[in-house]
Design a protein around this ligand. Structure first.
Ligand SMILES: O=C(O)c1cc(=O)[nH]c(=O)n1[C@@H]1O[C@H](COP(=O)(O)O)[C@@H](O)[C@H]1O
Length: 307
């Protein structure tokens, strides 16, 4: 999968992932109206609305982007119907040729991590049969529990040729509370990055590893240091756009080959129609606004990664 991700990025000249993080407030009224007419103001109605909203965005952008990143919390808030919408979204995006990065941020004791890995990027055995519960190509993983929380994801990813992005330095304001703590003269996030590089060496694709990292766009200086520590790991970079990360700061996240980083934008793309810059599209054409926002992001990012 890392090879497909790299190939998609090269083919489209777009190190971009669109975050599918639907809140009901983002969904245009006409979509909600039709979903509620069919299912009522229920969890099913909400799930139908976010699914229709996502479908519109995928249809309008799939030819421009290599990947999407559905954030599972946005779906889980609607319970089981929400999870059905998550799965439908992943399957539909996959049918359009997109790589799916499941933003699930899991990680637990070994046996539990194994179940997460099997469910999201592997296959579960039921009697003599096996099934893919969900169909992501990559997942985000929390490394707080250490190696035995990561290894089950590595084993499943090796078997299935899938991948993961391990949280190294997150984009949020409080990320330093723990991640920046100095241990033996080194920040914790650098220690995690060294482990990511070592785990990644065990699972190499053609040029990049199956084991990637998450580093926030909001910490470009740290991104520069981390790029060097993990040369073979793809870096998933959230925080561009809505969280204030800017293209001019993103160059250090890329390698000399112009690869090695994929920049996420969620609200900046899926809620584009609500922004002044795209107000001419109107609610009915929210998906066209998202398409324009992707084109603008691609142009904006050129200053960061075109060598
Ligand atoms: O793993 C992530 O994707 C992630 C890590 C991180 O450090 N910061 C971060 O914002 N994210 C996710 O990236 C997305 C950012 O959304 P926007 O701020 O709307 O672009 C959300 O889905 C977050 O959960």
């Amino acid at each position: 999968m890392i090879n497909q991700l790299v190939n998609n990025i090269k083919k489209l000249d777009a190190p971009i992932v669109v975050g599918l993080d639907p809140m009901l407030d983002y969904v245009p009224e006409y979509i909600k109206k039709s979903a509620f007419a069919e299912y009522g103001e229920t969890l099913e109605g909400a799930a139908e609305a976010i699914w229709q909203y996502n479908k519109g965005i995928i249809d309008a952008t799939y030819d421009l982007i290599p990947a999407v990143k559905p954030q599972i919390a946005m779906y889980e808030q609607f319970g089981v119907p929400g999870l059905v919408a998550f799965n439908k979204t992943c399957e539909y995006a996959k049918s359009k040729g997109l790589v799916i990065i499941g933003d699930i941020k899991r990680g637990d004791i070994g046996s539990t991590s194994k179940a997460y890995a099997v469910g999201h990027v592997g296959k579960v055995a039921v009697g003599s049969k096996t099934y893919s519960g969900f169909c992501e190509d990559f997942v985000t993983v929390n490394p707080y529990l250490g190696s035995d929380g990561i290894r089950p994801f590595m084993e499943v990813c090796k078997e299935e040729k899938k991948g993961m992005f391990i949280l190294v330095k997150t984009s949020n304001p409080s990320s330093g509370e723990f991640q920046d703590q100095q241990i033996d003269g080194k920040p914790l996030y650098e220690m995690v990055a060294e482990k990511v590089a070592a785990w990644g060496d065990e699972l190499m694709g053609d040029s990049y590893s199956y084991v990637g990292a998450v580093v926030g766009a909001t910490y470009p200086k740290m991104g520069e240091a981390l790029r060097k520590i993990m040369p073979k790991s793809y870096i998933l970079v959230p925080g561009y756009g809505a969280q204030g990360g800017q293209a001019k700061d993103l160059a250090p996240f890329f390698n000399e080959d112009g690869l090695g980083a994929i920049i996420n934008s969620s609200r900046g793309i899926i809620c584009a129609y609500k922004q002044d810059a795209y107000s001419q599209f109107g609610e009915e054409n929210y998906a066209d606004a998202s398409r324009q926002a992707v084109l603008d992001m691609k142009e904006d990012l050129k200053q960061a990664w075109v060598k």
